[in-house]
Design a protein around this ligand. Structure first.
Ligand SMILES: *[C@@H]1O[C@H](CO)[C@@H](O)[C@H](O)[C@H]1NC(C)=O
Ligand SMILES: *[C@@H]1O[C@H](CO)[C@@H](O)[C@H](O)[C@H]1NC(C)=O
Length: 489
């Protein structure tokens, strides 16, 4: 008797829970459209009452005080708008609560040599912790993305811009600003939130940073994860397509964004600004002025993916194909920063490998050298060497070319797709894959006559101007120009 009673209570509880869930779901489905209409009206009204004069352009960059490559894009973009449209009001949404506007602008000037007009409004956001990865031990991508909507809401509530430009890749904020905020939306993406590479890892069940061992081992969990990723990719595609203009930083990113957002006609490849101008102005030294040696320079951190062993093996191969008196003049100069004990360990490994291959007389290590010395090394060098497989871009390759080195880069990734041209008529550098091939190319360059070398050097220097700050500003302004045209009509 008592038993039956418990079961009855249990059933009643389950029924209640089911009922409540159903009501809530119905409420969401029917209430959401009303909420959207309400918010839209609310923000349109707030915009009409806005105190800022003229067109308002707001940049969404919650980490604007970080001083990395992404921030260079932000400040260069703002500088471009300030120069071309003097009457536009510019705002930056930031979560850097501890930094005041003067500090942020000073840091931008020091790090990137970009001098901005101080009439920029900083809108401080307090919900930034919601986009941080450690908030979400599971379902990190979805968690961070929904977190960015929450953060975006705070932003929209504080200031309602006419033009919204996201420079950090928070695609989930685009529908919010477009449909609720009524803004024109621009996007600059450095890195897709989800890429087809990540899906492939789960498919093949490989353990990687985005795929735990327990999931890779278990077919059911893997299937679940594939479903989750596909769903996420679908959502990401939809939110991305809400942008009116899409800018991507390289052809690698462009390929991934095109395969998920599927709006190639609105997508522009705009390389981020690199500091090439002063390097391309350095005078070129003649070969005779280079300490009577043939210096092969590599600039890169001592990290496993940078491919230092491949460079050493290339040298080993080179030794067997050049004459002894030539070999004596050849120096491989490995320049790089060494930040911690792990890096030091790797440098030690490379030094051991050089000894083992009997190259130690011909290899120099230059660790943590100051910038003027780096520039002088670039000037003294003849050949630049890059050996990283599938690098997304390769800013180091661009800098070596700007300084006038004959560049040999790995035949993959960004260097092949974006940077180096190997057609004879317009050649700007060389590509190689295996150690033997690198050695052959080095030998070929050593035997080239000075005129041919200079032709390639000059073509390389001219070609890297497409990565300059001036070029970035021009193309960025062209991509967002329609926003301003519609405003003035
Ligand atoms: C907006 O313009 C008016 C007059 O044109 C001016 O008095 C006011 O100070 C301006 N407000 C801002 C925030 O610049
Ligand atoms: C684009 O952004 C990604 C992620 O920050 C970076 O790895 C890559 O080097 C960038 N590409 C260029 C051309 O700077």
């Amino acid at each position: 008797m008592k038993h039956a009673c418990t079961i009855a209570t249990l059933m009643a509880t389950i029924n209640t829970i089911f009922f409540v869930t159903l009501i809530e779901a119905l409420f969401l489905i029917f209430a959401l459209p009303f909420a959207i209409i309400y918010w839209r009206k609310l923000y349109a009204k707030k915009r009409a009452e806005r105190t800022q004069n003229g067109t308002v352009v707001a940049f969404f960059h919650p980490y604007c005080n970080a001083g990395g490559g992404g921030e260079r894009v932000l400040w260069a973009a703002i500088n471009a708008i300030q120069t071309k449209y003097a009457n536009v009001h510019i705002a930056v949404y930031t979560g850097d609560l501890e930094a005041d506007p003067e500090q942020i602008l000073k840091r931008a000037e020091k790090a990137f040599n970009i001098k901005l007009k101080p009439n920029i409004q900083f809108v401080y956001l307090h919900r930034r912790k919601w986009v941080e990865a450690d908030m979400y031990p599971y379902f990190t991508l979805l968690g961070q993305s929904l977190g960015s909507v929450w953060l975006g809401f705070e932003a929209l509530d504080s200031l309602q811009p006419d033009i919204y430009i996201d420079t950090m890749g928070y695609a989930f904020t685009y529908p919010l600003f477009k449909y609720i905020g009524g803004c024109k939306v621009g996007s600059y993406t450095h890195y897709p939130t989800i890429s087809t590479d990540m899906l492939k890892h789960v498919y093949r069940r490989v353990v990687s940073h985005n795929n735990r061992r327990i999931i890779a081992r278990n077919p059911f969990l893997s299937a679940g994860k594939i479903f989750y990723y596909k769903l996420f990719a679908l959502l990401y595609g939809w939110t991305g397509r809400c942008a009116d203009t899409v800018m991507v930083n390289s052809s690698w990113t462009e390929d991934h964004i095109n395969s998920i957002w599927k709006c190639p006609l609105r997508t522009h490849r705009i390389y981020p600004p690199c500091d090439v101008e002063h390097l391309t102005k350095l005078p070129l030294l003649k070969d005779e002025d280079k300490r009577d040696s043939i210096r092969i320079v590599s600039v890169g951190q001592f990290r496993p993916e940078k491919g230092h062993p491949l460079m050493l093996r290339a040298m080993y191969n080179l030794r067997s194909i050049v004459k002894e008196e030539v070999w004596e003049k050849i120096r491989l100069v490995l320049i790089g920063s060494c930040r911690n004990a792990e890096d030091e360990g790797r440098v030690k490994d490379m030094q051991d490998l050089a000894k083992h291959l009997a190259l130690d007389e011909n290899v120099e290590f230059k660790l943590n050298i100051p910038y003027p010395e780096l520039v002088s090394e670039l000037q003294q060098g003849t050949i630049g060497l890059h050996a990283m497989w599938n690098e997304h871009f390769g800013i180091g390759v661009v800098e070596c070319m700007a300084a006038g080195l004959l560049m040999i880069a790995h035949a993959s990734g960004g260097p092949r797709a974006d940077i180096i041209e190997t057609q004879t008529s317009s050649q700007t550098g060389f590509l190689a894959d295996e150690a033997e091939e690198y050695a052959e190319v080095i030998k070929h360059i050593i035997n080239m006559n000075p005129q041919d070398k200079n032709t390639i050097r000059n073509a390389a220097r001219a070609s890297v101007n497409r990565f300059s700050g001036a070029q970035f500003e021009k193309e960025f302004l062209r991509a967002i120009e329609p926003f301003f045209r519609q405003k003035q009509e």
